[in-house]
Design a binder for this molecule. Structure first.
Ligand code: NAD
Length: 259
């Protein structure tokens, strides 16, 4: 995990959803910067593996789009951490295997599966995570969107429910930022491009996608690393961003400005 150590989150109590890929990197980065960290994921094996890799990190498993489960996970995290200062919502999925695709071929079940896992989980975690933050009149929430919400590509990334789910997360982020700014709670999001994680395995193995990414992510010409996104999450979670809210921070090597 992150070798770099610092004190940018010392004393902060951080709940990260998603114990694989970007979520694992974010949890490691937050811990390395002095935070107490709790991770949650629907896959118990991912939670166990991350806790083994990051001693001191606590965790729970469950589908965070399930209302009762999301509520109990936040309660468990608040109890384990002694409160909550930062909520990082990374958990989400690509719905291709559930039937997502271009609208004329996407199934209603695929649509529901993606909206369930991506939008409903983010909404529920925000709803339950906000309670302690509003009470203490301080907190930071970082959600995870995607460049595909506003800079699509029909040839290689035609999963329209996924794009719509990420657009919903961007809108939720900005609406919440507006609503809670005067109560001391900041709400921002990261919008990653193609990042090398288990979720993007298909894209990473496709030479045509990789050729496209060389053009679309010109800063590096390859997929980004989970640590690239974790660094942006760290900034938005930390007090360095104390005057920043309602931002969708693209972390994509130049995706939306590339030719
Ligand atoms: N990898 C990319 O190229 C990329 C690009 C843009 C955005 N993103 C977003 O980044 C986030 C993390 O993706 P990743 O690449 O690290 O993928 P990943 O598959 O490695 O990790 C996602 C994790 O979320 C968990 N999860 C999914 N739905 C859940 C639910 N309802 N409840 C609890 N846990 C759930 C999964 O079990 C998995 O461990 C996702 O929101 C994804 O949409 C990824």
């Amino acid at each position: 995990m992150a070798a770099e150590r610092g004190d940018r989150l010392t004393g902060k109590r951080v709940l990260v959803t998603g114990a694989s890929g970007i979520g694992a990197a974010a949890a490691g980065r937050c811990r390395a910067e002095g935070a107490r960290v709790f991770v949650a994921d629907k896959d118990p094996a991912s939670v166990d593996a991350l806790r083994a890799a990051l001693p001191g990190v606590e965790g729970a498993s469950g589908d965070l789009a399930d209302e009762a489960r999301a509520c109990s996970v936040v309660a468990h995290a608040v109890e384990a951490l002694g409160g909550l200062d930062v909520l990082v919502n990374v958990a989400g999925l690509s719905g291709r295997r559930y039937g997502d695709g271009p609208v004329h071929r996407a199934s209603a079940d695929g649509w529901d599966a993606v909206m369930w896992s991506n939008v409903r989980s983010t909404y529920l975690m925000c709803r339950f995570g906000l309670a302690p933050m509003l009470q203490q009149r301080s907190g930071a929430i970082v959600n995870t969107g995607s460049v595909l919400a506003y800079a699509p590509n029909a040839a290689h990334f035609a999963t329209h429910a996924y794009a719509a789910s990420k657009g919903a997360i961007h809108a939720l982020t900005r609406s919440m930022a507006a609503a809670y700014a005067d109560q001391g709670v900041r709400v921002n999001a990261v919008a990653p491009g193609l990042i090398a994680t288990p979720m993007s395995a298909r894209a990473q193995a496709d030479p045509e996608v990789l050729a496209y990414v060389r053009e679309r992510q010109p800063l590096r010409g390859t997929a980004g690393a989970p640590s690239d996104v974790a660094n942006a999450i760290l900034y938005l979670a930390s007090d360095e961003a104390s005057f920043v809210t309602g931002v969708i921070l693209e972390v994509a090597g130049g995706w939306s400005v590339a030719r």
